[in-house]
Design a protein around this ligand. Structure first.
Ligand code: ADP
Ligand code: ADP
Ligand code: MG
Length: 444
């Protein structure tokens, strides 16, 4: 096992990782931007170092500053969390070159799966069904030709997109040209890559993703699914496990496909394969996230597998001490993302100081967050300020528990979405589990 790990992230996920390290007896190094001096992850880590200015590009994306901090502190490994450098193959490679373990898959795997076009081909090779679509587009006339073949509506997707960015819905040929330009320029601005391709727009569908965990000895397990269909503008708001509409037979097929996919690409560490699922029990590969996922806690609750600890253990070269047959799915878990934004004013982000905070408590309630009373939320980063997770024996009980916990969660000083979350939990589609990725948009 490592003796010291540097955490190249901030917020709730940095704290989640620090906690795992502390329980495993591993020392932690936090890095922070000038805007994050008063952040909780800084005070919870054993050591902490400022790595640059408030803007992500100057700090949390500043590879040389992070590597210098790791070298100076004699950290043996870097945990990238999610977002920031977590899916950056160049960073993973630089870590290796500096003799530091990047806690994630190999740089080659990150490159392969981060390129949505190449990833689709790799999955086809693994005989995993993919969403009907085309290869990378060369220009608008190529796009028109492929669009005719695929039919409308369709999606234009940036090859390197993520976090719901670089995607445009195209309903007719007239919309193709402006959408092409919009997706390509968003891809270029956000990910430095303007390459795009087309995919058939499947609707109505559920976003069902499967959790993978693999060690360096060829052992690959799948820890079941999460239903992440509660989305606004392709961004997840509520996640749950299991997905009640999936039959045991389909779940088995999805688990087998996921293990095959992981094995084919020689996957190591934790990762998630996202699928679209239709009402006929068909599922199609959408993309793979080669990192820890925001919503990993719901899987932890229903499997009792600590994903962060296992991610660190396999990176340190340890073997999985359980196999697929040992994994037992029990009960039901739900996560609500708590965002500092105003659902009643077009989800405008809100910044300010937390004047009053009361965190719900009681059996099987978990709040992963980095906020504290008196904390001034900096305006530079994500609007997610916490994740409320509940666990219960049945889905109905989990929903009731979540509503009660949302009601008890008091955050004063910023506008947030807890009452909106409670409303969604009462929506008919949510209650009967039939909700698809478009229901929240329709609800709004
Ligand atoms: P998850 O799939 O785990 O739910 P999200 O897609 O919501 O995660 O993204 C988690 C975080 O990572 C968000 O802050 C998002 O903006 C960021 N993110 C996602 N994909 C990328 C990417 N390719 N490059 C940079 N940041 C990304
Ligand atoms: P990102 O890397 O930004 O997470 P994804 O490819 O995972 O991008 O797509 C984000 C979301 O967009 C999905 O969760 C899903 O709701 C929707 N989506 C993506 N592809 C399709 C498709 N072909 N048809 C319908 N919805 C889609
Ligand atoms: Mg996705």
């Amino acid at each position: 096992m490592f003796t010291k790990i540097l955490i190249a992230n901030r917020g709730e996920i940095a704290i989640r990782i620090i906690r795992a390290c502390r329980e495993m007896g591993v020392s932690t190094v936090a890095v922070f931007s000038e805007a994050d001096r008063e952040s909780l992850h800084v005070s919870l880590a054993d050591e902490s170092y400022c790595i640059g200015g408030a803007l992500s590009k100057d700090s949390y994306l500043n590879m040389s500053a992070i590597l210098s901090a790791a070298t100076a502190t004699k950290s043996e490994a870097i945990h990238p969390g999610y977002g920031f450098l977590s899916e950056n193959a160049t960073f993973a490679k630089l870590c290796t070159e500096h003799n530091i373990v990047f806690i994630g898959p190999e740089a080659e795997t990150i490159s392969l799966m981060g390129d949505k076009d190449k990833a689709r081909r790799a999955m086809q090779e693994a005989e995993v069904p993919v969403i009907p679509g085309c290869d990378l587009l060369t220009d608008l006339s190529h796009a028109k030709k492929e669009a005719k073949k695929i039919g409308f509506p369709l999606l234009i997707k940036a090859r390197s997109g993520g976090g719901g960015r670089g995607i445009r819905l195209v309903r007719s040929m007239d919309e193709l040209s402006p959408c092409y330009q919009a997706a390509a320029s968003e891809g270029l601005a956000a990910f430095g890559d303007g390459a795009v391709y087309l995919e058939k727009y499947l609707s109505p569908v559920k976003h069902i993703e499967m959790q993978l965990l693999a060690d360096h000895f060829g052992n690959v397990v799948c820890l079941g699914e999460r239903d992440c269909s509660t989305q606004r503008k392709n961004q997840k708001l509520i996640e749950e496990s299991p997905a009640e509409v999936i039959s045991a037979e389909t779940r088995k097929r999805m688990i087998d496909a996921t293990i095959k996919a992981g094995t084919t690409v020689g996957y190591r560490g934790v990762g998630t394969i996202e699928y679209l699922y239709d009402h006929n029990g068909n599922f199609f590969f959408m993309e793979m996230n080669t990192r820890l996922q925001v919503e990993h806690p719901v899987t932890e609750m229903v499997t009792l597998v600590d994903l962060v600890k296992w991610q660190i253990r396999v990176a340190a070269g340890m073997k999985l001490d359980f196999s697929q047959e040992d994994i037992v799915f029990k009960g039901h878990a739900i996560e609500c993302r708590i965002n500092a934004e105003d659902p009643y004013k077009s989800f405008q982000p809100s910044v300010g100081t937390i004047e009053m905070l009361h965190i719900p408590n009681g059996p099987w309630i978990r709040f992963d967050s980095a906020i504290y009373q008196g904390y001034a939320i900096p305006p530079y980063y994500d609007s997610m300020i916490g994740k409320l997770i509940v666990y219960a024996k049945t889905r109905d009980e989990a929903i009731r528990k979540m509503k009660a916990a949302l009601c008890e969660l008091i955050i004063e000083g910023v506008v947030h979405n807890t009452s909106f979350q409670a409303d969604i939990l009462s929506a008919e589609e949510f209650v009967n589990s039939t909700y698809t990725t478009d229901y929240l948009g329709a609800y709004l």
